[in-house]
Design a protein around this ligand. Sequence first.
Ligand code: PMP
Length: 394
Amino acid sequence: MNARPTSESVPAEQVFDWLDAEAARRAEAGLTRKLRPRGASTAELDLAGNDYLGLARDKRVAGAAAAATLRWGTGSTGSRLVTGSTELHAELEHELARFCGVQAALVFSSGFLANVAAVTALSGAESAIVTDKYIHASLIEGCRLSRSDVAAVAHADPAAVGHALATRRKARALVVTDSVFSVDGDLAPLTELSAVSREHGAALLVDDAHGFGVLGEGGRGAVHAAGLSAEPDVVTTITLSKALGAQGGAVLGPRRVIRHLVETARSFIFDTGLAPASAAAAVAALGVLKTEPHLPAKVLASATRLADLLREEGFAVSAPRSAVISVRTPSASGAVGWAERCAEGGIRVGCFRPPSVPDGVSRLRLTVHAGLTESDVDTAVKVISEAAPPGATS
Ligand code: PMP
């Protein structure tokens, strides 16, 4: 008889056998993910990390983190509403709000959790959400948890957003987008998205994770650059773990939005507060950004040089609008091999392939940072070109 085994009939050591089958399928498709621990000091050229301003190892920033650890302890000791709020958290929130020209800010232990909080707290079963179809996974997670009607519409398409808002079945609505899309580094049409959201009575939530510290006046971000940061119907999220070189995230916006998050956002209320070291590092990094407002321009200059030189070599390169550029590859396994050969040549690059990319197109993802010299960029182009798989150039 071919009876389906009951749960009792599966020996304990076979309970996870299905994981091996899935792993084998991924391996066959060349999609196995690898953790590659890096050394503390390395000669490798970093074109994969998000430390856009090179502040993660800046002595002023790391020193502030070390001092905060000695003063406040390694952990924040509790959730923000219990013992996890220190003077450092209050100072960071005050400084972020002032820097970005918003009424208030709230910091989280990660950008991912800030996004989940902002989406869920500003939507709900009585809301519609309209998103760009390429928003970050953390925003998608928020949408899934929100119990809202969710419509994911064409990429960077305000008309599609307008249509979805006009045909929604719920009175309240939230439009959600990244400012800089994390795969190709392209920009959302924020001005148009704000206008269409307002026309339909919807709030606009922008994830400025890759824009903050890189775009806008002195690195104030894409939302500030679009003149939207102080608008009453716009909310911004950022991460402290990219341009600020620290760890954590924040929501920026009208005071009543921040108050609502404190009262209702589960990833704020039930999560241990940001570590003191991270809060202090972010405050110090913000200080550096204020005293060295030219840093973001260096990032964009490097991105432009890298993109131009790679395009000259015949690669299909995204437009350099941020610290992120991508190079299209003929196949997923081609992308993985290309990235591995770059690493062997001393250049660490990112590799995005399905299922991390929703459009099924594999890419090398290159990020630049303020510390790169022109000769670093030239070296990177040489190594990337020599490591390219057949069919990568047109
Ligand atoms: N949003 C975007 C667009 C991101 O790229 C990331 C980080 N990968 C996040 C949010 C999450 O931020 P964090 O790493 O601080 O959790």
